[in-house]
Design a binder for this molecule. Structure first.
Ligand code: ADP
Ligand code: MG
Length: 344
């Protein structure tokens, strides 16, 4: 009996599309930090400095010495689905960078007040752009060294519901430190600095020794119990460290797995770790590991999760058993009380 008039379908304006997209990847300040750090790493930076105010809600500032952007490219950086990382359509199937979706900057810019200053090599000077809630203000020239500085202020200022879900600055800062830790662990040759207010939390000098970077985060308790792992077959390479069972944790958060330079969480691989240590740990204890895996990009799909935390393997059974075997063999040939703190 009630009338059913046809609905009006409307094409959403870009800033709204970006806000919706932001809902998928930008959950909290730590997600901003992850995306910005990844961009700086993809830009080939050797030094990356991160500063926070108010747990990152008031301000996240990141500066790098990477390749920078030219004045004409800069507005494209904050346009959605615009990326320099897929030079042709085929490259989606062998992604070699941390980013490729071309959405992060547009998403972040749509829910914050963002300023980017950047200068590419060979350019006379730098360029600047200000974006407020996704609206670009006229770009202009500015003085700056080669590289990029991005400031993100007042995250979620225009999405009050999302802002309400934020926890205390200390909690948000904790999530940021975790995101920072993952990326700094994955890139020991990059110099990272993290500043919170006027306090310097980390100054991590570049190092060729992964154990050094691990030690600067977790101290000698962990670094002295590291058992080097190295194994390679035709397709899968596994290197890094498993920790002596005398160091364990009540949860599995100290299991750092990196796949082709990207930090991942993977249920099956965590299970493999648990199996490898079976009988060596008390019930309820979890091993501590830092493992880097490499395999051909066409054996993994990173495009299943917007934040790329989860990946899909074309042959997950094989990856599982490789990891399990590698650790088991190592443990068999190791006096588990041996300490290897000074191994490369
Ligand atoms: P994606 O990383 O998926 O390409 P983003 O939205 O994160 O998408 O970034 C868009 C583009 O902006 C990148 O492809 C890159 O060309 C450029 N860009 C972003 N951050 C930096 C940076 N720190 N240095 C140089 N270029 C950058
Ligand atoms: Mg990116």
């Amino acid at each position: 009996t009630t009338a059913k008039p046809p609905r009006i379908i409307r094409q959403l304006p870009a800033h709204l599309v970006n806000q919706i997209a932001a809902g998928e990847v930008i959950e909290r300040p730590a997600s901003v930090v992850k995306e910005l750090l990844e961009n700086s790493i993809d830009a080939g930076s050797t030094r990356i400095e991160l500063s926070l105010e108010g747990g990152g809600v008031e301000l996240i500032r990141i500066s790098d010495d990477g390749c920078g952007m030219t004045a004409e490219q800069l507005p494209l950086a904050v346009t959605s689905h615009a990326t320099s990382k897929l030079p042709d359509d085929e490259s989606l199937f062998h992604v070699g960078t941390l980013g490729f979706r071309g959405e992060a900057l547009a998403s972040i810019a749509s829910v914050s007040q963002m300023t980017i200053r950047s200068r590419a090599e060979g350019e006379e000077g730098g360029c600047q752009i200000d974006i407020r809630g996704g609206v670009i203000e006229t770009p202009g020239p500015c003085g700056c060294p080669v590289g990029t500085v991005i400031e993100v202020r007042n995250l979620f200022f225009n999405t009050p519901v999302r802002r309400k879900f934020l926890k205390t600055p200390q909690t948000e800062r904790g999530h940021i430190v975790e995101a920072f830790t993952r990326l700094a662990l994955a890139n020991p040759k990059v110099h990272f600095v993290l500043r919170n207010g006027d306090k310097e939390m980390f100054d991590l000098l570049p190092t060729p020794r992964w154990a050094d970077r691990i030690e600067s985060f977790f101290g000698t308790e962990i670094s002295e119990g590291l058992i080097p792992i190295e194994n390679q077959d035709e397709t899968v390479q596994i290197t890094g460290y498993a920790c002596d069972p005398s160091v364990s944790r009540g949860n599995n958060r100290m299991q750092y797995l990196f796949l082709n330079g990207r930090h991942i969480r993977d249920r099956a691989l965590q299970h493999a770790l648990g199996e490898a240590y079976r009988g060596m740990l008390m019930v309820g204890r979890h091993p501590v590991c830092f493992l880097r895996m490499r395999m051909p990009a066409d054996m993994i799909d990173v495009n299943v999760h917007p934040a790329k935390l989860e990946v899909r393997f074309t042959d997950s059974g094989r990856v599982y058993s490789r990891l399990l075997q590698t650790l088991r063999q190592r443990f068999l040939s190791t006096d588990m009380t041996q300490r290897v703190g000074s191994n490369p």
